[in-house]
Design a protein around this ligand. Structure first.
Ligand code: HEM
Length: 230
């Protein structure tokens, strides 16, 4: 195990771990968006999906803990790489000349922090019910957690819907820059079809953003869930 730890704590190892955890989190956002898009299929479909997830019981907790560990590892790798970069250059440049690579990494830090703030708020909203306890307590006719009404009532508020829109734009920036650097960190950019796969990853990032924007916007503009009233 010592050799694994030593490997992962080198600069290359940290970059690799960052790419691996980033890839996993990216896949989570794709799966999560596909699940949430069931809001367009109506209350019964979305509530049945949410109840199905809860029925996974201990497996759901294993998945949640795995996701949390991946998220924490990804953030720790980011801090470690930023610290290493600063240590490698103790004296700042007299004139800062933004070049492509530093622009991308600065964007990653800023968008990453915004996504982190979004995730904290999002969990307090939909998973813990801290921000809108009344919406969180709703049950449907079958006694299931009424995730549909919770989501619709949440996004009927312009402030909530627009904060999701802003967060999704930054998520898009983070995922598309991340997708490009992932291929570099994994050493896949020299392979024959790497250009195609890097483009496909960016396309997928775009789809995640569009799918996640469709939900708050269509609810805010009363295209979905107009029958739901507080
Ligand atoms: C418009 C976009 C989104 C919608 C409508 C949405 C909706 C939801 C809902 C309804 C839940 C609670 C599920 C339940 O308890 O049954 C949830 C949980 C969660 N969401 Fe989202 N989500 C969105 C975007 C995101 C994004 C972009 C991320 C990550 C960057 C994310 C991360 C999570 C996490 C980590 C959980 C907790 C999962 C769990 O409890 O096991 N969500 N989301």
């Amino acid at each position: 195990m010592r050799w694994l730890w030593q490997g992962l704590t080198t600069s290359v190892g940290t970059k690799f771990l960052m790419a691996l955890t980033g890839m996993f989190l990216f896949l989570f956002t794709v799966a999560h968006m596909v699940g949430n898009l069931q809001v367009f299929a109506g209350p019964d479909q979305l509530n049945a999906y949410a109840a199905g997830l809860k029925k996974l019981g201990p497996l759901l907790w294993v998945m949640r803990l795995g996701l949390l560990a991946t998220f924490v590892a990804h953030i720790l790798c980011a801090f470690s790489l930023v610290k290493r970069n600063e240590e490698a250059r103790p004296v700042q440049y007299a004139v800062k000349r933004p070049i492509a690579a530093t622009y991308a990494s600065r964007t990653m830090i800023m968008s990453g922090l915004i996504v982190l703030a979004f995730v904290v708020y999002h969990l307090a909203h939909f998973t813990l019910g801290w921000t809108h306890g009344d919406h969180f307590a709703l049950r449907d006719a079958q006694g299931r957690h009424d995730v549909y009404r919770m989501v619709v009532l949440g996004f009927q508020s312009p402030f909530v819907a627009l904060s999701y829109v802003v967060a999704m734009v930054f998520l898009g920036l983070h995922l598309s820059h991340g997708a490009a650097s992932l291929f570099q960190s994994m050493g896949w950019n020299r392979k024959k079809y790497s250009c195609f796969f890097a483009g496909a990853a960016r396309g997928l990032a775009m789809l995640v953003v569009l799918g996640n924007l469709a939900m708050p916007l269509s609810i805010l503009f009363r295209l979905v869930g107009q029958e739901v009233t507080p």
